[in-house]
Design a protein. Structure first.
Length: 177
């Protein structure tokens, strides 16, 4: 049975991070099952990765800062050196999610990665607030393995920088007590 567009819209709002009218029309023509098959069989393009985009944005801002204010703006002895704060990761995340086109084969992957990141959480309100690339790399683990299993993800997570930060902080707190 062919879904009506209202039902299809609801399905896409649950299975993606948002669906435009173009996306709904595209999936309506294609069919929900065929769309799901295409999504599940898609491969990861490294340029779709969050680390790639976060680094690209950070490098753009570094270049502009150096051109405008000189090297001291980047490597300053002063009070406010330009560091890769967490918002560079946030800019990279939003860029990746919002630029996924209506016929992208990564819409479902983005949604599952986001759901996994809400289960296996690290806080950017920590020492990680200066580690935008590490946060992006952590998120990329979920993005790359969105259609895998926890067994694929855990060995990689164990050696990730954000988990190391959390473990070190936890140890420091318990040692202080």
């Amino acid at each position: 049975m062919v879904d009506n567009k209202n039902d299809l819209s609801r399905f896409l709002m649950q299975s993606t991070l948002g669906a435009s009218k173009k996306t709904i029309d595209h999936v309506y023509r294609l069919g929900k099952e065929q769309w799901l098959d295409q999504q599940l069989q898609s491969s990861v393009n490294i340029k779709e990765g969050y680390e790639f985009k976060t680094t690209e944005i950070w490098n753009f801002f570094r270049k502009k800062l150096k051109e405008t204010h000189g090297e001291r703006a980047i490597n300053s002895d002063g009070n406010d050196p330009a560091l890769p704060y967490e918002w560079y990761f946030q800019m990279g995340w939003w860029n990746q999610v919002l630029s996924a086109s209506y016929d992208s084969d990564s819409l479902l992957r983005h949604r599952i990665a986001q759901a996994l990141s809400e289960v296996l959480v690290v806080s950017q309100n920590s020492q990680l607030d200066l580690e935008s690339v590490a946060l992006a790399n952590y998120y990329d683990i979920f993005y790359r393995h969105a259609f895998g299993s926890y067994a694929d993800i855990f060995p990689i997570l164990k050696t990730s920088i954000p988990i190391g930060f959390q473990d070190a902080t936890r140890r420091q707190v318990s040692e202080a007590l």
